[in-house]
Write a protein that binds this ligand. Structure first.
Ligand code: HEM
Ligand SMILES: Nc1nc2c(c(=O)[nH]1)N[C@H]1C(S)=C(S)[C@@H](COP(=O)(O)O)O[C@H]1N2
Ligand SMILES: [Mo]
Length: 466
């Protein structure tokens, strides 16, 4: 077949689009052979569908991840609400579930397009070279997000010699930016791939780049012909989809074998069909989502195989992230001289006996770990708003809630409106009708509605006005 001489080169002047010298043809062996890649499961349509699924799951991850970041580090213009009490449970649960579900989708998408790695010639123009480099960034950053995310929720930190949260946060911007650039540059192919029937195929307009319009598959001449990627011969010609010489490519509906055409390279017996491939990938993704989501949706807990936590396991029916012994508070937490220090306009120190004598309320609130698990419990203790009153602070006050734990990132948390004045926000003495276990923060732990778990400080020893 003949690749049309690239018209854009003559139209668009400039160094970016000048053809680069072609490498010696002798190098064209192995995976670089013109016909090295043939699978009917690989097509522009598969790539577009999988790409869309990857794009959706990554967008959900990006938005929910960003919300999690903002909830923990609110800039001036942002305020994370205290209601609905389970909102963060939904957003962060979604983050981890869609991240896990994205794994087979991304792998399948990479499988569909990786023959492109061996396209010939490897570098056509400077623009082409830059484009390929940007794909490296896209793929690298996307894999990095999924891998670090999984390592983090599995609490396997050894392979990450960097601080997870910061790295994962900045890479998220790289990924989402790279996805936007990729989608922008592949728009014609994406539209064609998603169009269901030849009548809806949009012919590229003159404004669209014509060189390399079907780059995913020109390493694979068999595909277009076998599965009807080049549905309309006119379109194929316009955009440079490779068709084999002498092939009578007829318009076909999606997923049908090419009707009436003599298949020159009929699918091998037992070869995976495009639909079979997509169904397998979708099912894998669905099963992964189902076996993960139980760590935050109680009704599905029985299916939790992949979820990092069974929300029902752990003392008092609640998981424990940081134990009293790893926080080194085993002694200080049970010290009879324990006092809660209120550091405000009216400073005071309250013994455990005094704390136990204060008016108490009971609230049902979830602990929602940033790692995606959550579990609801009945907490009883002192309303924070009452304590702020006692300290002589008004309703808009901001306080730092500090722990007996001496080191560690999560030894204290900032409590501001609306959480500080929400009547549900409680310094809990009890959970599910029992005195708090040491691991759950005895003698006192913070529990506020709609708040990331890392901010639900355990072993509270001081409340300081800021
Ligand atoms: C299997 C996939 C993923 C898992 C298991 C995962 C897990 C996590 C976890 C546990 C956190 C909380 C970190 C913390 O607050 O300490 C987080 C935060 C975040 N994730 Fe992911 N993630 C995944 C994929 C992604 C992807 C694909 C993106 C972006 C496209 C993303 C963007 C973010 C962002 C922006 C944050 C906020 C970081 C911060 O608080 O500074 N994540 N992720
Ligand atoms: N002082 C202190 N409080 C803490 C932590 C911590 O490391 N130190 N971990 C937080 C995290 S990450 C979560 S998810 C919740 C979990 O509470 P639980 O162990 O009672 O389930 O506690 C939070 N409170
Ligand atoms: Mo957590």
């Amino acid at each position: 077949m003949v690749r049309k001489p690239a018209p854009a080169v003559t139209r668009r002047e400039g160094i970016l689009h000048r053809p680069l010298p072609e490498p010696p043809a002798a190098l064209r062996r192995g995976p670089l052979r013109p016909d090295a890649w043939a699978s009917i499961a690989r097509s522009e349509r598969t790539a577009a569908l999988l790409g869309t699924a990857v794009g959706l799951t990554f967008t959900i991850c990006f938005v929910t991840g960003l919300l999690s970041h903002l909830a923990q580090h609110p800039p001036g213009w942002f305020s994370w609400p205290s209601r609905p009490v389970g909102l963060y449970r939904v957003t962060q649960g979604l983050h981890v579930v869609s991240g896990f579900a994205a794994i087979p989708l991304l792998l399948a998408k990479l499988w569909t397009v990786y023959p492109k790695l061996f396209e010939w010639p490897p570098l056509r123009t400077v623009a082409h070279a830059v484009g390929r480099l940007s794909l490296l960034v896209l793929v690298g950053a996307a894999l990095f997000q999924l891998i670090t995310g999984v390592l983090n929720v599995s609490r396997w930190y050894a392979p990450m010699p960097f601080f997870f949260t910061t790295t994962h946060y900045w890479t998220a911007w790289v990924v989402i930016g790279a996805i936007m650039v990729h989608v922008g540059s592949k728009l014609p192919e994406i539209r064609r791939g998603l169009a269901r029937s030849p009548t809806t195929v949009t012919a590229p307009t003159a404004a669209e780049p014509e060189v390399d319009a079907n780059p995913e598959f020109d390493a694979d001449p068999g595909v277009a012909e076998d599965v009807g990627v080049a549905e309309d011969p006119g379109v194929a010609e316009d955009v440079g989809i490779d068709t084999l010489p002498g092939t009578d490519t007829e318009p076909v509906t999606d997923d049908q074998p090419v009707a009436g055409s003599e298949p020159q390279a009929a699918p091998r017996a037992g070869a995976l069909s495009r639909r079979g491939f997509l169904v397998t990938v979708a099912a894998t993704s669905g099963v992964i989502a189902l076996t993960t989501v139980g760590q935050t949706v109680p009704a599905l807990t029985g299916l939790t195989v992949l979820g990092a936590r069974d929300p029902g396991l752990g003392s008092q029916g609640l998981p424990v992230n940081k134990s009293a012994s790893s926080a080194r508070v085993l002694e200080s937490a049970v010290d009879p001289t324990y006092r809660l220090i209120l550091d405000g306009p009216r400073p005071q120190e309250l013994s455990l006996a005094v704390l136990l004598s204060l008016p108490r309320q009971s609230v049902t609130l979830p602990i929602t770990c940033v790692e995606g698990w959550s579990a609801s419990a009945r907490w009883s203790g002192i309303r924070i708003a009452d304590l702020l009153d006692l300290m002589g602070l008004d309703a808009d006050a901001e306080v730092e809630v500090e722990s007996l734990q001496e080191g560690g990132l999560y030894r204290s948390s900032r409590l501001s409106p609306p959480h500080s004045r929400d009547p549900l926000t409680t310094l809990a003495l009890q959970v599910n009708g029992e005195r708090l276990d040491l691991d759950h923060g005895y003698p006192l732990r913070l529990i506020a509605p709609n708040r990331p778990g890392v901010l639900q400080t355990k072993w509270v020893s001081r409340i300081r006005a800021v």
